[in-house]
Ligand binder design. Structure first.
Ligand code: AR6
Length: 164
């Protein structure tokens, strides 16, 4: 069973083997966590994403799926890009948010990563209510087959929601 940590911080500073990017289906960058990762990790990450788009992921990455690239200049070895669902008040997209966590963990395991850092996927630009996202993330990461899962939360309110 994984050790699960909750810290206030910046995901781009993490020294875990892998960090998770809250990307969009284009894989070509954006704001929030995605912007910070590409800015700080440098152009190698975008190059790797472009190669994915030119290959297996020609149509982009579907919501809930995950794929890894180099982490460029970051301390982590890999960035695992996943696409969270946009919040909807009329449609239950919870399974897709759970899938992001499950699939990122699966990619991490296939890479041989022993530790992984997650941001609060979908709770920023995609507007998912933080308490609910935290509940889904918690359920999706319990019993994971990895040594360490670290949730890296950007503000106190999000930290309080994610911390059990
Ligand atoms: N480290 C940790 N958490 C952060 C950081 C950081 N450096 N920066 C922001 N957060 P968001 P989403 C928090 O918007 O909702 C992008 O444009 C932020 O406060 O990054 O899944 C993508 O390309 C919030 O709590 O991701 C997509 O288009 C959480 O990370 C879209 O945004 C997630 O916020 C994805 O939106």
């Amino acid at each position: 069973m994984a050790t699960i940590e909750h810290v206030l911080g910046d995901i781009t500073e993490q020294d875990t083997d892998a960090i998770v990017n809250a990307a969009n289906s284009s894989l070509l960058g954006g704001g929030g966590v995605d912007g910070a990762i590409h800015r700080k990790g440098g152009p190698e990450i975008l190059d790797a994403c472009r190669k994915l788009r030119a290959g297996h992921h020609g149509g982009g990455l579907k919501t809930g799926q995950a794929v890894a690239t180099t982490a460029g200049r970051l301390k982590a070895t890999w960035v695992i890009h996943t696409v969270g669902p946009v919040w909807s008040a009329t449609e239950d997209r919870s399974q897709l948010l759970a899938d992001c966590h499950h699939n990122a963990l699966k990619v991490a395991k296939d890479l041989g990563a022993r530790s992984i850092a997650f941001p609060a996927i979908s709770t920023g630009i995609y507007r998912w209510p933080v308490e609910d996202a935290a509940r889904i993330a918690r359920a999706a990461t319990e019993n994971a087959d990895i040594e360490l899962i670290r949730f890296v939360l950007f503000d106190e309110k999000t930290l309080a929601a994610y911390r059990p």
